[in-house]
Design a binder for this molecule. Structure first.
Ligand code: C2E
Ligand code: CA
Ligand code: CA
Ligand code: CA
Length: 279
């Protein structure tokens, strides 16, 4: 038994070393990827529920890894966050999403919002007001078309400084969406302190509507809250016609999800815009 234990230890320690090595390797590759711009943005349509018109997009980054193919954000965003590389990556995404949005607006497509995700270190390190400003200036995108998405769990831990910066952005016209709303285990007090414009109902509440009475009640309660505070609502993760119908019946204004489209390349998004505008 003792022998086994020692082998076990040796095994785990080898496994640990291997994982640490992989991490270091991935970190180096990530640094290189930022230099060589191996990232692409996929855009997921946001639709108006009453007429299914595309009214916006969420920018979702992918890494075109030279050996491993296209990687989803969960395979590299956490490491980018831990190493601080997220700041550079986030800046690139912001610039690119603004540039793309301005191109689509310039082509005459009537979109309302481009949503861009911001992570923890982007808010706390560097000057994100200046970064947003720079992205808007260099793309010529009017600020009112940009929406910052911040997950609810990040909101509560923000300093007065970050709060003030978000307010500054609102004054410029940039809007703020609370991502994964309902999962942050936070008090709702921030809703009156922060310049929130949109609640994005987390997909865990959308998944089991209309069958699960609790989820239906939660979604309705979020709608009522948003109504009385005059906030926009986007239901995330809509996958079925039944979910869409339920949301539409309770007058949820906007939705996003595989039922409409998964995140798609800029080219595919534009083709979609072209077709829907020619109807
Ligand atoms: P998120 O912000 O909650 O983005 C929505 C995620 O749900 C996306 O995953 C999207 O592909 C997926 N999704 C959309 N519709 C459906 C649906 O109907 N059903 C299901 N099951 N999933 C759906 P993705 O693209 O893999 O992104 C995962 C997360 O990575 C994002 O979650 C976001 O937190 C993060 N992320 C993506 N791009 C960026 C970025 O540029 N910066 C930062 N900081 N984070 C990003
Ligand atoms: Ca998001
Ligand atoms: Ca707006
Ligand atoms: Ca979300």
């Amino acid at each position: 038994v003792k022998e086994q234990g020692r082998n076990g230890y040796r095994y785990y320690s080898a496994e640990f070393t291997r994982q640490a090595q992989q991490r270091i390797e991935l970190e180096q590759q990530l640094r290189e990827a930022i230099k060589q711009q191996q990232f692409v943005i996929y855009y997921q349509p946001q639709v108006r529920l009453d007429n299914c018109q595309i009214i916006g997009a969420e920018a979702l980054v992918r890494w075109e890894h030279p050996q491993r193919g296209r990687l989803a954000p969960n395979e590299f965003i956490p490491l980018a966050e831990q190493t601080g590389l997220i700041c550079k990556l986030g800046q690139w995404v912001l610039n690119e999403a603004c540039r793309q949005m301005q191109t689509w607006l310039g082509a005459g497509y009537r979109l309302e919002t481009m949503s861009v995700n911001f992570s923890k270190r982007q808010l706390t390190e560097g000057n994100f007001v200046e970064q947003v400003n720079q992205a808007l200036r260099s793309s010529n995108l009017p600020a009112s078309f940009l929406e910052m998405e911040i997950v609810e769990s990040l909101i509560m831990e923000q300093s007065d400084e970050v709060m003030a910066a978000l307010d500054e952005l609102r004054l410029m016209g940039v809007s703020l969406a609370i991502d994964d709303f309902g999962t942050g285990y936070s008090s709702l007090a921030y809703l009156k302190q922060l310049p929130v414009g949109t609640l994005k109902i987390d997909r865990s509440f959308v998944r089991d509507i209309p069958d699960d009475p609790s989820d239906c009640a939660i979604v309705k309660a979020i709608m009522a809250l948003a109504d009385s505070l005059q906030l926009e609502v986007v239901a995330e993760g809509v996958e079925t016609a039944e979910q869409a119908t339920f949301l539409s019946d309770i007058l949820c204004p906007k939705a996003q999800g595989y039922y409409y489209r998964p995140p798609i390349s800029a080219q595919a998004f534009e083709a979609l815009l072209r077709n829907s505008h020619s109807d």
